[in-house]
Design a protein around this ligand. Sequence first.
Ligand code: GCB
Length: 678
Amino acid sequence: MNYKHISLALLLLMSNLPVIAGLVMNLNRYWRYTPGYELRKGVYEKVNLPHTWNTGDALGGNADYYRGLGNYERNLEIPAAWKNKRLFLKFYGVNTIANVFINGQHVGEHRGGYTSFTFEITNLVRPGEHNTLQVRVNNAPQLDIMPLLGDFNMYGGIYRDVELLIENPNCISPLHYGSEGIYLKPKQVNEQSAQVEANVHLNGQAGETLKTEITVRNGEKVILKTETHNTLDAQGQAVATIPFSIHNPRLWNGQADPFMYAVELKIYHNSDLQDDAHTKLGLRYFRADAHQGFFLNGNRLQLKGVCRHQDRPELGNALNKLHHEEDIAIMQDMGANAVRLSHYPQDPYVYKLLDEAGFIVWSEIPFVGPGGYRDKGFVNQESFKENGRQQLKEMIYQQFNHPSICFWGLFNELKEEGDNPVAFVQELNQLAKELDPLRLTTAASNQGGQLNRLTETIAWNKYYGWYGGTPASIGQWADKAHKEFPNTPIGISEYGAGASIYHQQEELKKPVANSYWHPENWQTHFHEQHWMAIDQRPFLWGTFIWNLFDFGAAHRTEGEVPGKNDKGLITFDRAIKKDAFYFYKANWNTTDPLVYFAERRLDKRSNTQQTIKVYSNQKSVELTVNGQSLGRQKGHYGRFIWENISLKPGKNILLAKAKSGTQDKIVIRIEDTASSKF
Ligand code: GCB
């Protein structure tokens, strides 16, 4: 819900005025934090949110990083003028368990680290007096909260925003699974018309009749205004259902035209405005076909996908808006048009940005299995299953109105060993379809068996040429899987190889995955081979690179430093794009001219005969070595290759230039090994 945001100063100024409709106050600042069990008086650290306590240990590669309690506390000023208001606390992400207290009284518990939740505190606060808000957070592993494990850090803390919602007694419910309380259901959409049903959850005084008015705008222009009336039941609840249709709708059409209508909802009691909310409506239709891949609004769209985790060095998962914006700008620069938000729901702001940028999104619950480990991702007990259902409902309800989301992911790398998750995945699939019949379910598998046949589409995590095998096998595997699943759309949920920008080698040699040495040129080769094979197989509904960014994985002891998964195409700090990034950019970004020397970090070489490779999205590229032109080349898959180029001992200056004027320049030094003193 797009509440009107207010600052503390404004709030104090306004505290004697009546609040008109829903307002929101950000509570990110002025917290007092203490780790552990013991709460000694006056001993705390001042922190602002977003915050995690695991930046030092988990990011330092300490596999045994602290997973336990953390305590947050702050004052809550509630002006006396608000004694007739309803107050709610909204948390956008606390990992993993949050217990919330007002003035020492327990308000509620939320279990699960990746979704929003809201508690009403109206009757617990003392307006005009000093109030205390306390949150006890616990990120210790729990056998009944997803995820049980994963190749990523489970940073503890209140790592997303916290808000105070100030509402009138009658309002759009903030209590329905932490969502906005507004669901815009595009029942049927095509170029001629869109049939939509708005469901608005109302909450207030039992027996009162409320008017819900919906206004749909195209920019400033009102294209539709309609209303309905509902009487709140004995629990003070009702769902206002408003069907409406739009003729000749302008569709949300991915990156080509990510258009959205603006929707405003106003709630009235008699003629008094009670609540006012704003959201967006993106109208589109899509499907996945077992033979032809993904279609958006009737047109085939090749999905060029990446996976993304939500962490950074020094910050862990405590990211702010600028970080999310930067990540999405990088995806756009690369030319990607699809993203798998692995392995859990991410910040609501991320989905908003992805809607606006026209991405196709796979959003998933953290039902993560053991992959290659001997651990478990599923425990067959009711409390685990109930938590899984809850997390799925929260994800779907909270993200319902985002047109970018086309796929709900139900699991990653589960196994049918021990507690067999098949029946439960089946149940989750059914639940997802009940809540949202129009989106497709999917999953990321690494097994054969029944698990692959439970969701409407399926995809596999594949690492040919990294953990084993050769990159060339990916095409053969895909053809075989296509035969085995003639009626199911299949995709690749992950493919990737580790690389350090500091690990440069002259020969192209496959490294050992769990060793220190992760040479960049092997990652580049891996991706070149994979993308060429993928591009030639249009039956794949979507493929997703693992991973766009290096990310924290405290238990890993490989690559240049421990504690990191280095399969990113970009370094953890987002500072350096590895060569493979530019290979994709040359293939995927068709608008911004690119000319880029691959292997630029291998700046000292031993042989005067060299192969030079340039990535470009231009038709032809000219190479000049030490001022002498070696002519123009045409490319294949964005690769422009000059073989047997003679360089001189010492310093060589190489310039690559396209007709557009775009160019790149590097220096390569040939070491005179013959005269070496060693
Ligand atoms: C996978 C997992 C992912 C890991 C990745 C890897 O299949 O789904 O969480 O990070 O492999 O790098 O091994």
